[in-house]
Design a protein around this ligand. Structure first.
Ligand code: NAG
Ligand code: NAG
Ligand code: NAG
Ligand code: NAG
Ligand code: NAG
Ligand code: NAG
Ligand code: NAG
Ligand code: NAG
Ligand code: NAG
Ligand code: NAG
Ligand code: NAG
Ligand code: NAG
Length: 753
């Protein structure tokens, strides 16, 4: 008996020793891992960089966890700035069950070694740059698999059903995966959460068993076909179903009523037709319903008013029309209502939607509403975004809208509004965005607009606004901080919604190359939504590496009748990046104080500005686009313009009094004659004879520095002889000089070829 105990004891001791040795091996792998990562990432390093050799147990290293036997079972290297190919020895951590490498920049293909990590129950590789075929079929113990936002491609079906056994969560969104998904998950009995969005999956959207999931997301794939009624039997457990942006058709089954736990139902951007299933009304817990961009028609079912928790309802771009129905005014829980892009023509007041007590976001744009703007809107005390653009509203902007103290976005653009902008607008201290473009507004800009301390985006383009730019106006947008802070604390409704894309589209200033990237980013709806959220929270529009670092505020007053000078208080507009004043009747000097702004684009073209272009314009070091064309600027171009290292568009054409030599320093040397058309008194350096004073800040004049070449002299002489035979009036002299420069430029161009 004692001997047996002895043997048993020895056996356990051996086991312990084995564990210790294996533990040593774990430590060895982590050491290799650390030096591998350090070698790959010489600069930015994550928490692994702090792993200490002196640490007795690897289990205490940051991001490392162990099982009861002291073996490494958990490794979290997420967000650790890891770049380059994957480490190839994870499988030697043979007790590893949890591996998180997400949010790094790991490249290459899925490392073959990972296939040997058979104990893995959790694998997260999301947000990396891993490409190639996806083969994880040997990882049969997986419960949670997240591969979203990578570059995986090929058919996903090779992994099924082998990884099904314990699989509960699978997320592969934003890859390039293909394959018919019909029947794919039939054998995965424990599955509860599936995200397939932004791939190229084909086949039927739903399969027998989808009702067992709590969440199914397959937005933006190539799913086709009709959804049969049997898809949602009694006992359906779905809480979230998102099959938007596919090519699904037919009527959507009323049996969705069996999914009584549903909170989110998103069907937008398909070809569903017929009526909205009334069964939705029996899902009391439903919070978000997205039906936009389909062909739903008939009446909106009365049953919807029984959705007493519905917060977001979008039925934009369907074929609803006539009066807005009263049922919508009875869903009192609504926070966001989007009816954009239908054929509605009346019923804004009679439907009761203006009395919805919790409404924060109302978008009625792109319909056929006409008549006066409803005064009743003034009592919508909770409203934050009001979008009535692209209708046919006429008459004045009601001064009572100045009572909407929570308003952050007011978009009344492209209607038929007239009269003055009411001074009561100045009460709107939370207003971030005011869009009144494309109306018939007249009168002066109310000086009270300067009280709109949050107003960063103002677009009044294409009205008949006259008078001076009030100096008080330059106080607008000086402190949007509190409004942004509020939105960051409580990003309440900024969750669903497709139509926000249109809001962002209108936010983008038209035809400004500097903003082109915004539009291309919006092509994918997920970015569009993110961008709107970021805008309202005051973040830079892109998470990283935005070419536009500053606050991106703008003032667009193009195409009005404004006159007088730009007030020198313009320097206060530190949050404004884009100043568009073209197509007005502005005059006087450009105040040198403008250099205190942080401008990315400045357009003053088609006005009557005069005097010298201030030297300080060269201090606008974020400037990418400068258009001063069609004015009466005179004197020399300041050499400081050459210091604008980001300047990619310059137009000083048709300022016939500009004179002297165009400095060919810095950025100024990169523009061709298109930037200087119709400026006969300007002269140019010859690239063949670079100026010895190329860094001289003094404006230089033709003759002192210019050494014409033989060809130039020939042209000069010929032209001179031609002109000599003409009469000597001042005008001819000017055109002679102009001709001379045209000839000079042609020569220069030939040389550049
Ligand atoms: C992986 O382990 C092998 C030994 O099994 C070793 O030779 C190799 O250098 C390791 N690779 C890395 C990247 O550490
Ligand atoms: C994977 O990692 C990302 C980023 O670290 C995280 O947001 C996500 O929730 C993780 N996925 C799962 C399924 O845990
Ligand atoms: C997806 O694959 C197609 C062809 O297979 C390729 O043209 C496209 O660039 C890929 N997209 C991404 C995001 O990798
Ligand atoms: C998905 O649909 C688009 C257009 O509807 C088509 O161009 C593309 O080839 C389809 N992709 C697959 C994998 O079927
Ligand atoms: C709608 O879905 C199609 C694919 O079916 C996609 O190409 C398109 O971009 C989607 N539209 C929007 C606005 O997302
Ligand atoms: C719910 O599902 C059952 C089958 O399980 C079906 O008979 C019934 O019609 C469904 N309910 C609705 C409202 O369609
Ligand atoms: C709303 O629900 C109640 C019972 O919960 C029911 O009596 C009523 O008929 C429903 N209304 C509609 C329009 O379906
Ligand atoms: C829009 O409504 C008008 C009447 O209000 C009707 O004449 C027209 O046909 C409708 N257009 C569409 C596309 O439904
Ligand atoms: C806009 O409304 C006016 C009346 O207020 C009407 O005369 C005009 O025809 C409407 N225009 C359009 C395009 O519907
Ligand atoms: C604007 O309103 C006027 C008068 O209310 C009307 O005559 C005109 O047709 C409207 N313009 C448009 C574009 O609808
Ligand atoms: C609003 O603006 C007017 C005119 O600029 C100014 O006199 C007034 O003091 C401002 N009110 C507040 C509350 O700032
Ligand atoms: C890791 C894990 O949960 N494994 C389970 C996978 O499924 C089989 C059979 O259902 C279980 O026996 C395992 O425990």
């Amino acid at each position: 008996m004692a001997a047996f105990h002895h043997i048993l004891g020895a056996f356990f001791q051996a086991l312990i020793i084995a564990e210790v040795i294996l533990g040593q091996s774990d430590r060895e792998v982590l050491r290799e891992l650390k030096s591998f990562l350090q070698a790959q990432n010489p600069i930015n390093r994550g928490a692994y960089d702090t792993w200490s050799e002196a640490e007795v147990s690897p289990c205490r290293l940051q991001g490392v966890g162990c099982d009861a036997a002291g073996r490494v079972s958990y490794l979290d290297l997420s967000s650790s700035s890891i770049a380059g190919p994957s480490f190839g020895n994870f499988s030697r951590l043979n007790r590893l069950t949890h591996l998180d490498l997400s949010a790094n920049s790991i490249t290459g293909q899925l490392h073959p070694d990972l296939k040997h990590c058979r104990g893995l129950q959790y694998l997260n590789l999301s947000s990396n740059l891993i490409g190639g075929a996806l083969d994880v079929s040997t990882l049969t113990n997986l419960r949670i698999l997240d591969l979203s936002q990578n570059r995986f491609q090929g058919d996903i079906r090779t992994n099924f059903p082998s990884i099904c056994r314990n699989l509960s969560v699978i997320a592969v969104s934003s890859n390039n995966l293909t394959g018919r998904i019909s029947g794919l998950f039939s054998g995965c009995s424990k599955l509860s959460d599936v995200d397939l969005s932004w791939n190229q999956f084909t086949g039927k959207a739903v399969w027998k068993g989808v009702e067992r999931l709590t969440r199914f997301t397959a937005t933006a794939n190539n799913l086709t076909g009709v959804i049969p009624s049997s898809t949602f039997p009694k006992g359906c457990k779905l809480q979230s179903l998102d099959i938007s942006s596919n090519q699904l058709s037919g009527s959507f089954p009323n049996s969705i009523a069996n999914c009584t736990s549903l909170k989110t139902l998103s069907l937008w951007n398909n070809s569903f037709g017929g009526s909205i299933p009334p069964g939705i009304g029996s899902i009391a817990g439903l919070e978000e319903l997205g039906l936009s961009s389909n062909q739903f028609h008939h009446k909106i079912p009365l049953e919807l008013m029984n959705c007493t928790n519905l917060k977001n309802l979008e039925i934009s771009r369907n074929t609803f029309g006539g009066e807005v129905q009263q049922v919508l005014g009875k869903i009192t829980s609504l926070k966001s209502l989007v009816l954009q892009g239908n054929n509605y023509s009346g019923g804004i007041v009679s439907s009761g939607i203006l009395q919805l007590p919790n409404l924060i976001y109302l978008d009625l744009s792109f319909n056929k509403f006409s008549g006066k703007l409803p005064n009743e809107i003034a009592s919508m005390t909770s409203i934050e975004s009001l979008v009535l653009a692209n209708n046919n509203f006429s008459g004045k902007i009601p001064p009572s809208y100045g009572r909407l103290l929570r308003l952050q976005a007011l978009d009344l653009s492209y209607n038929n509004l007239s009269g003055e902008i009411p001074p009561e607008i100045g009460n709107l201290a939370s207003l971030l965005l005011l869009m009144l473009a494309g109306n018939q507004l007249s009168g002066e800009i109310p000086r009270e607009i300067g009280n709109c301390t949050s107003l960063l985006w103002l677009n009044l383009v294409g009205n008949q606004i006259s008078g001076k730019i009030p100096p008080e106006m330059t106080n607008m947008g000086r402190n949007p901080g509190p409004t942004f802070a509020k939105n960051r604390r409580n990003p309440s409704l900024i969750k669903s919604a497709t139509s926000k894309c249109f809001a962002v589209y209108r936010w983008v200033p038209a035809s400004y190359p500097e903003f082109d990237f915004v539009e291309s980013m919006m092509m994918s709806q997920k970015n569009c939504l993110t961008m709107w959220n970021r805008l309202l929270m005051g973040y830079d529009i892109l998470p990283v590496s935005s070419p536009l670092r500053t606050a991106l505020g703008y003032v667009q007053l193009s195409g009005n009748l404004l006159s007088g000078e730009i007030p020198s208080t313009i320097s206060a507009m530190k949050n404004i990046s884009l100043l568009l004043l073209d197509g007005n009747r502005l005059s006087g000097h450009l105040p040198s104080e403008i250099s205190s702004m942080q401008l990315v684009a400045l357009n003053l073209s088609n006005n009557s500005f005069s005097g010298q272009i201030p030297f300080t314009v060269g201090h606008l070091n974020s400037l990418e686009s400068l258009d001063l064309s069609w004015n009466n600027f005179s004197g020399a171009l300041p050499s400081s313009l050459g210091e604008l290292s980001k300047l990619s568009t310059l137009n000083v054409s048709y300022n016939p009094l500009l004179s002297g030599e165009v400095p060919n320093t810095g950025q100024l040397s990169t523009f061709n004659e298109q930037s200087f058309l119709g400026d006969p008194l300007l002269s140019f350096h010859s690239p063949a004879a670079p100026s010895p004073h190329s860094n001289d800040n003094q404006p230089s004049t033709y003759g002192t520095e210019k050494h014409p070449t033989n060809e130039e002299i020939t042209v000069l002489v010929v032209t001179f002889l031609v002109c000599f035979s003409a009469t000597f009036v001042i005008r001819e002299l000017q055109s002679f000089v102009y001709l001379y420069h045209v000839a000079l430029r042609k020569i220069t161009n030939c040389r550049n070829l």
